[in-house]
Structures are given as structure tokens and as C-alpha cells.
Design a binder for this molecule. Structure first.
Ligand SMILES: NC(=O)c1ccc[n+]([C@@H]2O[C@H](COP(=O)([O-])OP(=O)(O)OC[C@H]3O[C@@H](n4cnc5c(N)ncnc54)[C@H](O)[C@@H]3O)[C@@H](O)[C@H]2O)c1
Length: 375
């Protein structure tokens, strides 16, 4: 049965930067997409993508694009602080929605967005690309079918090159909530929560340091321990202040899961494909106008979560994630995408870690009064 009544998808892409471009290119080649409209406040950037993907329409106004009668689905790929307005406009028409993480960068805005999504009843998913990695899908299946018994301890560690936060925060002066957990730790946090299934966090105690990235208005590292409702302990840690010289250009993760009848240990630091060259190495990650000011000669390949470019095309999890979302709309298959509820929960958990670190004491969960979280 064709869920979308066999109708071709009319896709609006809001934000034509790095990620909007990648997803638009996949959409262009997806047979069920019949119309593509683009929007970016930077007209030159958007016009270039319009030409490259042969889009049907371009505007600098998200409201104008989202009101077009052809539009049935929308991708919100604006930068982190600018997700809310286009989501609310898309909810007016109950469009299928794909929203880049984080759902918002403000606890109250996130709640407002979630309520709008629930009220309009649209199918909204969040871009937690890690869920589309084969290795994590294999682990999820082992846990779902109880292969290691009852899980009691989980440890997650994300290491990131400081190129990523510097490239991220330089785009805005509103950096208060652009912390390592809110912007990037959210991927490892979502993965840990997804793998743990129905367990719910009841408290978190975290600490942060900002010796290196303070000048950029963000923190270096946040380490925390969650306690879950069944007594499971989960250690969630990120440092995104690794030097530019660190071979991992973007994201490396280790996750260990201990159960009553087994253990799963995931090594995802990308040390298995290493290049060392006399020529400077640039990763798949290349934000517009960003110069790290340092030549990197050694690189762990494949550390860029969306995937890697080969002969002008991106191959990797973001292809699976985008195409399976389009199939979710067009044919109605079920997919492992994070829901809007997952996105909201993830934002509140990452902010609760930041709050605990600020206060220097544990925070009870769930946080009922969102006014105490950054907004
Ligand atoms: N899933 C992943 O692996 C992954 C990886 C990187 C980034 N992201 C997320 O994707 C989102 C976009 O990141 P990016 O790296 O593409 O950023 P980017 O800066 O390259 O692109 C964002 C674009 O949005 C445009 N924009 C901002 N406000 C707008 C508005 N109101 N209307 C229209 N256009 C607007 C900007 O002009 C810019 O061109 C962020 O939320 C980021 O966290 C996800």
C-alpha cells in the first residue's frame, strides 16, 4: 500500500548549507520526489543549490516556501538556533517533517515545537544519523532480543576534534546553549538511550571544563553519570576540544554495555582506516569559509557522521537516513528514525547535564520546571 496515496512528494528544504545540500541531492535522485523547493536566507548559496539539483523553486522566505501548494514534506536544515520558526510554519499544514538535531537550543522553544507537532498530528522525525549505521543497528537487534540479558551498566565516550565546535559557534553570537552536550554529545546520548530501550533516567550528576574553548564561548568537555529507573548506571561523556592535529577529524565514539549474561563493546573511533601523507589531509567535513589554520597530515578516515564523498557523491549513513525517510513517506515502511518526543527528551537530558555541571550537584529527572533550564 502506498501511504502517501501514490502521490509524489513535494519537498521543501529550509537551509541550503552543508546538510541541506546533502539531503537535497539525495532527494533529487529519489523516484518518489516530484517537486523540490529550496529556501535559504543567503540567496547566493541557495541559488547555487537550486542550479545544482535542478530545484523547481527558490525563495529566501521559509514561510513563502512552506505555503506553496506543491509542498507535502519539509526538511528543516537551518543552523541550530533557527529551527523553531520553520517548524511552526510547517505544522500549520501538517507536513511530513525531517528536523535536524537538536530539536531546538532552548528548552521552552523545544516544548513549544513539540506541542505544535503533537497538536497537528504530523509525522516528524529528527536527524539522529547514527541510528543508520549498520554496526549500531546490529547492536540494537542483539539488545532488543535479549542476547546479553538485563543491562545494568552503560558507558559512552565521544571524542571530537575542536574544528567542529569552532566551525559551529562562529556562526552565531548566541552561544550560551551551544554546549558540547547540546550540539554534539546529543548523538551519543540518543544512541545510548535508543540502545537502552525503555529505561528512563531519574537523576544525573555532571561536571564540565572550559579551559580551551572558553574564548569561543563554549565548553571543552562534559562528563556525567545518569541513574535509570531500574538502577542501571550510565556514564555519558564528551570532549569536543581535541586539538586540530588529532587524526579523528570529526566524531569518534566508544560505547560499552554490560548485561547479566553478556557484554557488547563498540569501538567506533575510526582507527581502522588511517591515512598518513606528505600532503595535507582534509576531511569530508568542510564548512563554508572555515580554515582550521593548521595542516593535518594524518587522518582517521570515515569519522564524518554523514558519510564520505566518492566521485562527487556522499556515501554513508546520511544517504540511508534520508532515503529511508522518503520511503517512510512514500511507501509507509517503518524506520528507526528518532521521533520528535525523542528529540525533545534528548535536548532536556543534555541541558540537565549542563545544569548539573553549573550547579555542582545532581539534578532529578525528568526536569518538570523547564524555566530552570537554559531558554
Ligand atoms: N545529522 C548529522 O550528522 C549532522 C551533521 C552536521 C550538522 N547537523 C545539523 O544540521 C543543521 C544544519 O547544519 P549545517 O552544518 O548544514 O549548517 P550550515 O551553516 O552549513 O547551513 C545552515 C543554513 O541555514 C541557513 N539559514 C539559517 N536560518 C535560516 C532561516 N531562518 N531560513 C532559511 N535559511 C536559514 C543559513 O543561511 C545556512 O546556509 C544543524 O542543526 C546541525 O546541528 C547534523
Amino acid at each position: 500500500m502506498i501511504r502517501n496515496n501514490g502521490k509524489e512528494i513535494g519537498l521543501a528544504v529550509i537551509g541550503c548549507g552543508t546538510i541541506g545540500r546533502i539531503r537535497s541531492e539525495f532527494a533529487k535522485n529519489y523516484p518518489g520526489v516530484g517537486w523540490i523547493g529550496l529556501c535559504d536566507i543567503k540567496e547566493d548559496l541557495g541559488r547555487k543549490l537550486e542550479k545544482d539539483v535542478g530545484a523547481d523553486f527558490f525563495t529566501t522566505s521559509a514561510a513563502e516556501l512552506l505555503a506553496r501548494p506543491e509542498v507535502t514534506a519539509a526538511i528543516i536544515a537551518t543552523d541550530e538556533n533557527n529551527h523553531m520558526e520553520p517548524i511552526l510554519a510547517a505544522c500549520e499544514r501538517s507536513l511530513y517533517l525531517f528536523i535536524e538535531k537538536p530539536l531546538a537550543t532552548n528548552a521552552l522553544e523545544s516544548e513549544k515545537v513539540l506541542k505544535a507537532i503533537e497538536a497537528c498530528g504530523c509525522d516528524a522525525v529528527i536527524g539522529y544519523t547514527y541510528r543508520f549505521r549498520r554496526r549500531f543497528l546490529a547492536v540494537k537487534e542483539k539488545l532488543r532480543t535479549g542476547q546479553i540479558g538485563d543491562v545494568s551498566s552503560v558507558i559512552a565516550r565521544a571524542f571530537m576534534n575542536r574544528m567542529v565546535p569552532i566551525a559551529t559557534v562562529r556562526r552565531t553570537n548566541q552561544r550560551r546553549t551551544l554546549t558540547p552536550m547540546v550540539v554534539s554529545g546529543t548523538h551519543a546520548l540518543d544512541m545510548s538511550m535508543w540502545l537502552m530501550g525503555s529505561k528512563k533516567p531519574v537523576s544525573v550528576y555532571a561536571q564540565s571544563t572550559d579551559k580551551i574553548l572558553e574564548e569561543w564561548g563554549t565548553k571543552d568537555s562534559t562528563f556525567g553519570v545518569f541513574t535509570m529507573d531500574d538502577g542501571t548506571i550510565w556514564s555519558m561523556n564528551i570532549s569536543w576540544a581535541l586539538p586540530v592535529a588529532w587524526p579523528g577529524a570529526v566524531y569518534g565514539v566508544q560505547i560499552g554495555i554490560v548485561g547479566s549474561q553478556g557484554v557488547i563493546d563498540i569501538e567506533d573511533t575510526h582507527r581502522d582506516v588511517v591515512i598518513a601523507s606528505e600532503k595535507p589531509q582534509w576531511a569530508g567535513y568542510n564548512p563554508e569559509g572555515f580554515d582550521p589554520g593548521f595542516d593535518r597530515h594524518v587522518d582517521f578516515l570515515t569519522s564524518y557522521p554523514p558519510g564520505d564523498i566518492s566521485e562527487g557523491q556522499l556515501w554513508g549513513p546520511m544517504r540511508e537516513e534520508t532515503n529511508s525517510w522518503l520511503s517512510r513517506i512514500y511507501t509507509g515502511i517503518s524506520t528507526p528514525h528518532a521521533t520528535a518526543q525523542d528529540g525533545h527528551r534528548n535536548l532536556l537530558l543534555t541541558m540537565a547535564m549542563d545544569l548539573s555541571a553549573e550547579r555542582g550537584e545532581p539534578v532529578e529527572l525528568p526536569v518538570e520546571d523547564l524555566e530552570i533550564l537554559p531558554h
